[in-house]
Design a protein around this ligand. Sequence first.
Ligand code: SF4
Ligand code: SF4
Length: 143
Amino acid sequence: MLRSMLEAFKNLFKPVRTIQYPAEDIVLPNGYRGLIEYGIDECIFCDKCEKVCPPGAILFYQHEGGEKEYRYNPWLCIYCGECVRACPKPEEALWQSETKQRSAVKEDGANEGWFVYEDACKKSRQRYVEAKKADKIQNKSEE
Ligand code: SF4
Ligand code: SF4
C-alpha cells in the first residue's frame, strides 16, 4: 500500500505521457506501420493482397469488362502487413505508409456498408466467370 502510494506520488513529477488526441498529433515511432497505400499503375491485379488479408480490408470489384477496382477499409485494417508481404510488387503496387493514419472519426457505414460491398464484390466475380464460360460455350458452338 505504502509502496503504491509512493509510486503514485513520484508519478506526479514525471512528464505527461498522454496526449489530447485528435487535437494533438501523435509522434510516430521509427518503423511505424501505417495505412496501406496503393499504386494502381503498378498493380497486376493478382488479388494476392485480398486473399491474405485477415479481416478482409482489401476488396476488388470486377466490372463487366473485366477491369478490377481496388478498395481498402482503414477501419478494418489491423496493420499486419500481410498484403504487402504477399504482393509481387511491394513498394510499387502496395506499401505501408510510415506516416499516414486513419481519421479519428469513422465514416458513416464504414463497417455495415463494407460488408454489403464485400458481397457485391463476390457476386461481381461470379458474374464475370459465368459470362466468360457462356462466351466460351458460344464460341465453341459457332466453330
Ligand atoms: S495490413 Fe493486414 S489487415 Fe491491413 S490491409 Fe494489409 S493484410 Fe489487411
Ligand atoms: S498483391 Fe499487389 S499486385 Fe497483386 S492485386 Fe494486390 S496490390 Fe495488386
